[in-house]
Design a protein around this ligand. Structure first.
Ligand SMILES: [Zn+2]
Length: 218
């Protein structure tokens, strides 16, 4: 069970469907691992439903209300995916849906761009306002030191890391904003895989910056 969760604001925006695609993928992948936040999102969604029900009043144009309700009826329930035994064997269980669907292969088979002990793989490149990346950090290695102009969300998929005295493990979401100059360090006993979404370009600040700058332009 994760110990570190997305903020309530993020969960509320997720329930309202107003998050950007990269952040929605990150939150939804956390939800796959976190019953607590699933319950919170369910609650927000039923509040949204109740709000629409409360439109059943004379003050609201009944045709508007009917149109909203009929749109809700058109939303199809998700169908479970049926997988063959072979397909199941290919699945990397470390990566829950919906993130898994964006990878196209298991974590080990991604085309990692590696510098030293840190591998990086960009996804959702069409989302120009965000930087979305998977990281593979070798056991005991630091991530590149950096600060941000915006918010960075990091979801741990495997292994763990320590940042500012907090220990993040699978399913945990670390939130860092522009006030934090940080350098997470992967646990010593296992490589750490995580998914990070930043809603602004990164600025590298550590001694690695010259070395790692090529990453930024990828
Ligand atoms: Zn959670």
């Amino acid at each position: 069970m994760p110990s570190f969760h997305p903020s309530d604001d993020l969960l509320m925006d997720y329930a309202a469907g107003s998050l950007s695609e990269p952040k929605a993928v990150l939150v939804a992948t956390h939800l796959a691992l976190c019953p607590t936040c699933r319950a919170t999102v369910d609650a927000y969604e039923s509040v949204g439903g109740a709000l629409i029900e409360s439109m059943n009043s004379d003050r609201v144009d009944s045709s508007l209300r009917d149109s909203v309700l009929s749109q809700l009826d058109e939303i199809e329930p998700e169908r479970p995916t049926v997988m063959t035994r072979e397909a199941l064997a290919q699945v990397d269980l470390r990566v829950p849906e919906p993130l898994r669907g964006y990878l196209g292969s298991g974590l080990d088979d991604l085309d990692w761009k590696t510098r030293g002990r840190v591998g990086e793989w960009r996804i959702l490149k069409d989302q120009a306002s965000h930087t979305s990346r998977l990281f593979r950090i070798k056991a005991g290695a630091p991530m590149p030191q950096h600060t941000h102009d915006g918010t960075e969300l990091t979801l741990v998929l495997a292994g763990g890391f320590t940042d500012h005295g907090k220990h993040f493990l699978r399913g945990d979401v670390a939130t860092a904003d522009e006030t934090i100059d940080h350098r997470p360090i992967a646990d010593a006993d296992e490589d750490c895989y995580c998914f990070a979404v930043t809603d602004a370009p990164l600025r590298l600040t550590g001694t690695f910056s010259r070395f790692l700058n090529p990453f930024i332009d990828m």
